[in-house]
Design a protein around this ligand. Structure first.
Ligand SMILES: *Cc1c(COP(=O)(O)O)cnc(C)c1O
Length: 227
């Protein structure tokens, strides 16, 4: 059996190789370990191997792990669909939210962010593939949403996130990620201070790094197939 620390190292090596191949600085690509469905003990093992940032998709499950692992000083990223009735827990427990796609949700997160904590870092989730079933703001509506979110006092708008339609074809993977990068460049030209492109998962992190990802969200390649 391959241990969790060994799989973590293998993913870090993939990131380093892709960064070298595509002329990126390895230090500019962070790894988010996506730990949804895995027990706190598994996260503890990965944290002991040096991983600091963890991504979770289910609020109730996550707050249990956050509380259990609070002495480790980890950084928690919420990456799942966010309902209005869960925003308070997220605003109180997490450091980042990657899945903001409605102003109403952003406003609640901002109001509910405890004043003793730093502003909540957020990314707007953008539906780059135009799939009707996917969440995310459309690229056309993203600039107005970004401008509105950027002025909310409890939030710090950090960048954009996407989950493109799954494909094994590298060129297609790159095209979807390029769409997110170009949108981010447009928002920066409009004056927004964005430093994050959250894109790339276990099967397409190389394409994402080629197109400028600053944070890749990897679950299966570290923890195994979700149960
Ligand atoms: C589950 C999940 C991931 C991780 O996907 P893997 O294919 O397991 O690496 C990344 N991003 C989001 C938003 C997810 O929900």
């Amino acid at each position: 059996m391959i241990t969790l620390p060994a799989k973590l190292q293998a993913v870090l090596a993939r990131i380093a190789d892709a960064a070298r191949l595509y002329g990126r600085d390895q230090a500019d690509v962070r790894l988010l370990a996506v730990s949804k469905t895995w027990p706190a003990a598994a996260l503890r093992e990965v944290a002991a191997a040096g991983q600091r940032a963890f991504g979770e998709s289910y609020v109730q499950e996550a707050v249990g792990k956050i509380s259990e692992l609070r002495t480790l000083g980890l950084e928690w990223h919420f990456i799942g669909a966010l309902q209005a009735n869960k925003t308070r827990l997220v605003a109180e427990s997490f450091d980042w939210v990657h899945s903001v796609d409605q102003l109403r949700i952003a406003q609640r997160l901002s109001e509910q962010r405890p004043s003793l904590l730093p502003p909540l870092s957020v990314c707007l989730q953008v539906n780059v593939s135009g799939e009707a079933s996917k969440s995310g703001v459309s690229p056309a509506a993203a600039p107005a949403l970004a401008a509105a979110v950027a002025v909310l006092p409890g939030l710090c708008l950090r960048g954009l996130m996407a989950i493109p339609a799954a494909t094994d074809e590298f060129g297609e993977q790159r095209r979807a990620f390029r769409c997110l990068r170009e949108l981010s460049e447009r928002l920066r030209a409009d004056g927004l201070l964005l430093d994050t492109l959250s894109m790339g998962m276990s099967h397409d992190l190389e394409a994402a790094i080629a197109e400028g990802a600053t944070l890749v969200r990897v679950g299966t390649a570290i923890f195994g197939e979700r149960r």
